[in-house]
Design a protein around this ligand. Structure first.
Ligand SMILES: C[S@@+](CC[C@H](N)C(=O)[O-])C[C@H]1O[C@@H](n2cnc3c(N)ncnc32)[C@H](O)[C@@H]1O
Length: 419
């Protein structure tokens, strides 16, 4: 399709969108009843995937949420830091004053004192003079910008030495149907029209969207109407919306001098997980990790986003030693007792990669081991408890290695940094 609109006009349309429909649609009152959890920017993930569980928890963390929107990631991180008494601050940057006002109201509802808000563009970081950050979140923003590479370069330039980022961009195959509808709506409701006019047109089309439209076939967006006006607008009317295959995203990161410490979840990017055939697995084993990830994306077909943690090239932390008896395992979010309950009689854990559910095998003993993980017991403590249950040290080591490796790849069990 020919693009008759200049890049600046699209960016003006983007600014108008988020001023009219701050994203995601949130009610600050909801903060009194629940905390929204996600990736990137979960504190345990930052500790583990960015800093390799080596950065002491007492070291202040300075975080920037670039394009914070109505604040999901920033509120989660600032709340987790406050709950754990972690020093530092979360700086929220967005150019939508409306989105910032909602994020601010959410922070006030939680009485967070470790968060502040800056109105401005992440393409003008130099003039904003925000200083350097140990951690930068840029979730769902890069793919809307006129020059994602320049934006990533700018963010990298304000990363403190040894710091890292959590990023999310759209992925094409899991968004099958979205771009067809975006093209159609661009004809019916061009992006230079007022946002309310465009939204009205989209709603009219959606009411009669043929059952054969690929968006209707796409299980990832079964609830695309439940995100309110902001959700519908963002999905179907966004003036600039690119999607990256994992290969294209890794190229973008590489060009910005970054390397990944984690593709989230790591297991999701391992095609062997859902290809049990031994001959196929043998082929997969010979492929470089990047090609394995591409294969997983093409075959699963349901990846609608890519979430990654990155550091500067050459600054990736050495992976922590999970077999050390001094290491302290911690559940990322779901308590061990709950995860153990989810295990089936055949000792598999059904794991949902979006709409794809895969049974992941675990050692039978994981059922008894998981409830012992409380974020304070060391691996040595776990070994001692299992010894009292008749599990010898050598057997414990095998069980633990297998359990940790599998659940770390699913982002369920991580390690805690030193105090
Ligand atoms: C899809 S929302 C994502 C919000 C949030 N990061 C999240 O994941 O929930 C994109 C946000 O980026 C902001 N944005 C877009 N371009 C920007 C720019 N050049 N500078 C600062 N913010 C920008 C928009 O105002 C909007 O709030």
């Amino acid at each position: 399709m020919t693009d008759h609109t200049s890049p600046d006009a699209r960016d003006t349309g983007l600014a108008a969108q988020y001023e009219a429909y701050p994203y995601p649609e949130r009610n600050p009152q909801d903060e009194h009843r629940r905390l929204l959890i996600g990736s990137p920017s979960h504190l345990r993930e930052i500790d583990y995937w960015v800093f390799g569980a080596q950065r002491p928890r007492s070291t202040p963390l300075r975080a920037l949420v670039a394009g914070c929107g109505t604040g999901d990631g920033a509120i989660m991180l600032a709340t987790q830091m406050a709950r754990e008494g972690r020093a530092g601050e979360v700086v929220c940057l967005d150019r939508s004053s409306h989105a910032l006002s909602i994020a601010r109201a959410r922070a006030e509802a939680r009485e967070l004192g470790n968060i502040r808000f800056v109105e401005g563009s992440l393409t003008e970081l130099e003039t904003l003079a925000l200083g350097h950050f140990d951690y930068i979140d840029c979730c769902g923003v890069l793919h809307h910008l006129p020059d994602p590479k320049a934006a990533l370069d700018g963010l990298t330039s304000i990363l403190a030495p040894g710091g890292g980022m959590g990023l999310m961009v759209y992925a094409p195959y899991g968004r099958t149907g979205v771009y067809m509808l975006q093209e159609a709506l661009e004809q019916l409701a061009p992006c230079d029209e007022p946002p309310a006019t465009r939204l009205d047109m989209a709603k009219r089309v959606m009411r009669h969207l043929p059952a054969t439209a690929w968006l209707r076939q796409n299980g990832n967006f079964g609830d695309h109407l439940s995100g309110g006006d902001a959700g519908l607008y963002d999905l179907l009317l966004n003036p600039r919306d690119r999607a990256y295959t994992i290969g294209a995203f890794l190229d973008l990161l590489d060009g910005a001098g970054l390397e990944t410490t984690c593709l989230m979840e790591p297991a999701r990017y391992d095609p062997a997980l859902f290809l049990p055939d031994p001959k196929v697995r043998a082929r997969i084993a010979h492929l470089p990790l990047r090609e394995q990830a591409s294969l997983a994306e093409s075959l699963s077909g349901n990846m609608a986003t890519h979430v990654v943690y990155v550091t500067r090239k050459g600054r990736k932390p050495t992976p922590p030693d999970a077999s050390s008896f001094e290491a302290v395992p911690v559940m990322r979010e779901i308590p061990g007792v709950e995860l153990a309950k989810q295990m089936r009689a055949d000792h598999t854990l059904p794991f949902a990669f979006g709409t794809l559910v895969v049974p992941v095998p675990l050692p039978a003993q994981a059922r008894g081991l998981l409830p012992l993980i409380d974020g304070s017991r060391t691996v040595g403590d776990l070994a001692a408890i299992l010894a009292t249950r008749g599990v010898p040290d050598t057997k414990f080591r095998t069980i633990w290695q297998e359990t940790f490796h599998t659940l770390e790849r699913l982002n369920r069990v991580l390690l805690l940094p030193p105090a």
